[in-house]
Design a protein around this ligand. Structure first.
Ligand code: UDX
Length: 402
């Protein structure tokens, strides 16, 4: 797989065209040579992965490799802009690596510029960010990077290196906290007969709270929230602090993946063994084929452990999922998956699922059991069609308490 051959390493609508257009206009080219990439460059961006290692610490080997390669290839002054999510203090560490590797290195500055884009809407998020955060010990370098970002017309904040690095972790941890909070509220709603969708709407009308990131469901996955919350907790613990809230946020998220299996089991009168269960969606969220830390993986494995026959359909993630979940049968459509199924679990809220002919789905199934893990459907309408339906935190929906 090679981006030089226009094969995109990730799926996003419009990405291939965007890359092709800019390559054609000679604004964009790709190389594996740092010497070629840095030739005459005023700025160099570090945008490498920082995965979690076993104890939750961010693995900085790719950042180190990039810093060393920059040190080796630099032949004129340059501003190094770090976009990777890195532990607080990494900017200083990068500068140290470069100076130690090449004491005669040309002048350089390190500026932290954390990236806040989301997968699936990366292009739009990059082009119109809510804010651009810049951090550096070199104010002049930060001002230059601010100039570079002016066409994006966002508010620009300049601060010190460590504070900029912390803003990224604190932002992701806060968003993950919002989701775990609403999932906890969803569980209470279920017990007390309230509807979490309405609760989130009502809460969101308060501008201090806001409606974003209050969708209860199967919790957060993907390549950022899980590793960043873990890394922030690790950083705090390394300094002797006790990040109680971050641990609760992670625990709630892990528990949330049990809910659909437990509810389907209840609807199947406790018997999952031998039952055919279809998973609607596999990607960690819609509009991406990313399976990293996707709730579908845990849910599929739990069902398989209990002896279920698990099938799945996802509009784009099945290729990637096949290697991770080889025991799961991949199907050609939601309708194919429904044939003879004893229960369906909606895991990823793809638009395609919102527009399914549920009446047809019901006639294809062996038993019309539907577990809506993302609160996509109208409970009354689905029950009207004859489904035994459960969702997340929708205790009161006119049909009684879940
Ligand atoms: C996230 C941040 O949003 C982005 O700013 C950062 O740069 C990278 O991490 P991303 O991982 O692409 O982006 O996805 P996002 O849309 O934020 O969703 C993350 C997870 O939270 C998904 O699993 C999604 O299903 C879940 N989620 C999101 C909810 O469960 N409820 C919500 O209300 C919102």
């Amino acid at each position: 797989m090679c981006i030089r051959d226009r094969i995109m390493p990730i799926y996003e609508i419009g990405l291939e065209e965007l890359v092709a257009r800019n390559v054609k206009a000679e604004r964009l080219s790709f190389t594996t040579s740092y010497k070629d990439a840095l030739k005459e460059a005023e700025y160099v961006f570090i945008c490498v992965g920082t995965p979690s290692d076993v104890d939750g610490q961010a693995d900085l080997r790719y950042v180190r490799m990039a810093a060393e390669s920059i040190a080796d290839a630099m032949d004129h002054p340059i501003i190094i802009i770090n976009k990777s999510t890195v532990p607080v203090g990494t900017g200083d560490w990068v500068a140290d690596i470069i100076r130690r590797r090449r004491p005669d290195v040309p002048e350089f500055a390190v500026v932290s510029c954390p990236e806040f884009l989301r997968e699936g809407s990366a292009i739009a998020d990059f082009m119109s960010p809510d804010r651009t955060v810049l951090g550096s010990t070199d104010r002049e370098a930060a001002e230059k990077v601010a100039q570079l970002h002016l066409p994006l017309r966002s508010s620009i904040m300049i601060t010190d290196l460590r504070t900029a690095e912390m803003i990224k972790y604190a932002s992701n941890a806060f968003l993950a906290t919002k989701i775990s909070f609403i999932n906890e509220i969803a569980n209470v709603c279920e017990a007390l007969g309230a509807d979490v969708k309405e609760v989130a709407y009502g809460m969101g009308l308060d501008k201090r709270i806001g409606r974003h990131f209050l969708d209860a469901g199967l919790g957060w996955g993907g390549s950022c929230f899980p590793k960043d919350v873990k890394a922030l907790a690790y950083m705090a613990e390394t300094e002797g602090r006790h990040p109680h809230l971050l641990h609760a946020v992670m625990d709630i998220n892990a528990d949330q993946r049990d809910a659909p299996v437990r509810k389907v089991k209840e609807m199947l009168d406790g018997k999952v063994k031998g039952k055919v269960i279809g998973l609607m969606g596999l990607a960690f969220k819609p509009n991406t084929d990313d399976m990293r830390d996707a709730p579908s993986i845990d849910i599929a494995r739990r069902l398989l452990r209990e002896g279920a026959k698990v099938r799945a359909y996802d509009p784009v993630a099945m290729e990637v999922a096949r290697n991770i979940l080889p025991e799961v049968e991949m199907t050609g459509s939601a309708y194919d998956m429904a044939k003879g199924a004893d229960a369906l679990i909606l895991i990823t809220e793809w638009n395609e699922f919102k527009h399914l002919d549920l009446g047809r789905i019901k006639t294809l199934m062996n038993q019309p059991i539907l577990m809506d893990g993302r609160n996509v459907y109208d409970p009354a309408a689905v029950r009207q069609l004859g489904f035994e339906y459960r969702a997340i935190g929708r205790g009161y929906d006119g049909e009684g308490v879940e």
